[in-house]
Structure formats: C-alpha cells, structure tokens
Ligand binder design. Sequence first.
Ligand SMILES: Cc1ncc(COP(=O)(O)O)c(C=O)c1O
Ligand SMILES: N[C@@H](CCCC[NH3+])C(=O)O
Length: 414
Amino acid sequence: MDHFLYQDNALFAEDVRVSELARKYGTPLYVYSRATLERHWHAFDRAVAAHPHLVCYAVKANSNLAVLNVLARLGSGFDIVSGGELARVIQAGGSPDKIVFSGVGKTVAEMEQALELGIYCFNVESAAELELLNEVAGRLGKLAPVSLRVNPDVDAGTHPYISTGLKENKFGIGMDEAETVFARAQQLPHLQVKGVDCHIGSQLTELQPFLDAMDRMLALVDRLASRGISVEHFDVGGGLGVPYDAETPPQPDVYAAALLARLGDRKLKLIFEPGRAIAANAGLFVTQVLYLKDNGDKHFAIVDGAMNDLIRPALYSAWQNIIPLEPRVGMTRAFDIVGPVCETGDFLGKDRQLNLEAGDLLAVRSSGAYGFVMSSNYNTRPRAAEVMVDGDQDYLVREREKLAQLWQGERLLP
Ligand SMILES: Cc1ncc(COP(=O)(O)O)c(C=O)c1O
Ligand SMILES: N[C@@H](CCCC[NH3+])C(=O)O
C-alpha cells in the first residue's frame, strides 16, 4: 500500500497533507513515512521468517537518526561503512551485536571502535585488511569476527557507477584468491571466520544476477567445506531495486524464496543488507517553483531544490517521478525542472508534462534513499530539513541548516 496518495486533489504522506508540511517547515524539504519504512523492513524479515536470518539495513541509504531508530525498534540489524555510521547506529539505539561493517577502506581507528563495541561481523574486503584487522584485534585482546566479501564477477545489469560485483570494480576479494585468503583468515590467531559475503550492485531489477552470484558463492562455500573451513552465515548484500518508473523488481518475498531455494539444505544463516528497497519509496523531496522561464520552445521550472539537495538525477541521470502537491486542471507543457545551482547538470527532471505556476509545490518521489545523505553545501546552500510522518503526526527529525553552521570551523587569517 502506498502511503503517499492524493485525497481531494492534495498529496498526503500517510494522514498528513504534504503542502501543510511545506508551509510549516519550509522548502526544500525531505518527508519520510514511518509506516512505509516499517512495511518495507517487515517485507524482508517476513520473507525469511522460517530461516535463521538477520536484516541489516544499509545505513548509507538514509542515516537520519529517526530513520535508524524506527528500524532499531523493529529489531533491525545494520550494515555500516564507516565509524561515523557506527556512531549513528549506536546513537539511534541500534544493537552492536547486529552490526556488519562493510567497506574497502576501514581505518585502524574504525576497527578499534567496532571491536570495542563488539559488532557482529567485519566484512573484510582485501587480504591486506585481514592482516591489519588481526593485528588491531590482537593489540586490543579481542577476537574479530570476520566474513570475507568476495567479488563473484557477475554483471549486475545496473548503472556502471553502482555496479560492484565485477572484477574491474574495487570491491571485495577476487574469487580466484578467495580460498587462499580464507585459509589465511583461519590461521590468524585474532580472527574468527564467520561467513561469506557478496554485494554485486545496487538498483537490480532482475533476479538472475543475484542467483548467478549466489551459485558462485555457494560453490565457494562447498570448496571451503571440503578444505575444513566452515562458515556460519552467508551475507547476500543489498541491491534489490525499487520501481522509480516502470521497473518491476522482484518483491522481497520472491527474491528471498529464490535465494532460499538455491541454498538447499546448507545450514547457513542469511544476512540481507537492503538499503534502497527499505528507504527509497518511503521518502519525498518537496520543492517549490520559484520562476517559470521559456527559452524559445523550451520551458523551465526553476525550483528551490537543487542538485546539492538531491544529486541522483545529475549524477546518474536517474529518473524520479515529479508530481504536483496540488495538481492544476488544464493544459500541461513539457518542463525541465531545474535548481538554482550554477551547473548545467543541475536538474531534478527533464521533459516532464506538468501544468505549473510560480509558487507551486512539487514532490520528487522515491527520494528516501540516497537523497539527503548525498546532499552537500555546494553554492553555500544550507541542507534541507527532514520530517517524519507517523499517521496524522509529523516530527521534525532534522532542522534546516542555518547559514552560520556552514562556516562554523572556518578561520580568517590573522
Ligand atoms: C556492501 C553494501 N551493502 C548494501 C548496500 C545497499 O545497497 P542497496 O541500497 O542497493 O540495497 C550497498 C550499496 O550499494 C553496499 O555497498
Ligand atoms: N548512491 C547510489 C547508490 C549507491 C549504492 C551504494 N553502494 C544511488 O543513488 O543510486
């Protein structure tokens, strides 16, 4: 069920009129639906209810404390990629023993932080990282739980910038090296081998690449077993896509059933790291039309939200639906929806059939993942406020940045 629906020609987030939120908190503004976040998380959790599992929400998709807290209250685990994300999860009430730590460039300080907190597992991405983690754990008198992220060399069929499972990508340990690195991990005294891990990319809309990756990973698990190296869990990563437009990605239950069928009778706990599938369609980005402008036949709607707020269209030519909060009747025209930033690539959408006037409010849908988290202060623009709706209540979960915060920490020369 969609929690962003029109009632009497006005867009609602759950039971709250979105234009009311724009009036109350100003624009540009991110709006999240708690019910949607929860529904999406449960869809994963229920899909594998009968099998040992852990759903570790990928914090990078949306790391607002309120979002993390809503998921932590459901008992979610978390997939993190930095000490910053680790601190956020703890701040939001997440349990360290449900945290998996991914990422190709963990620093000593981050390893120490995670070992002290007692996280569930490190997803180690190189032989060099393995050696360093062993050293750091030894120094702290700890045993570091590890899973090796293996690069299965499959084509995820997604945008090249968000594809991670090919040999040419920087992620994970090559399949040809994997057994040697596992053998080494088992020898190292301050490590405990717990699992295997892969993550082949993001916004996957087909099952096949997941299954290809799983087949290769399970063949590895079997080869490891024959060498006396056993693992407890298989972390399948994240990457399940969402409908931005007409895509029809598999639903979590179909995806999980297919993975479970491949798993056969192997006694492996499954770990999932969904980010986008939980957060993307739980959020809107709300912006107001400042000016309309025609250059010949070309119509522009210049809005107060820009690429610094929502970079996906500029960065990946990503398409996200743009809808009016209160649609007008009458003729539509093809508009490019562009922001105030001084870059030609600063657009939120191109060639959108809309009927607009200055002052109108628009919602960019599917903005709950990789939206606010990728925002910047380019052009000295304060970052947007974030609001969470819960039924008929709304909560400001991040204040709009104030200008003085932007140069806090900067110094003049004497
Ligand atoms: C290791 C890892 N896990 C999980 C995710 C989450 O991916 P998604 O948001 O596509 O589910 C990512 C990002 O692609 C990632 O790099
Ligand atoms: N930021 C990307 C996804 C990257 C996934 C992170 N590993 C996007 O908006 O689609």
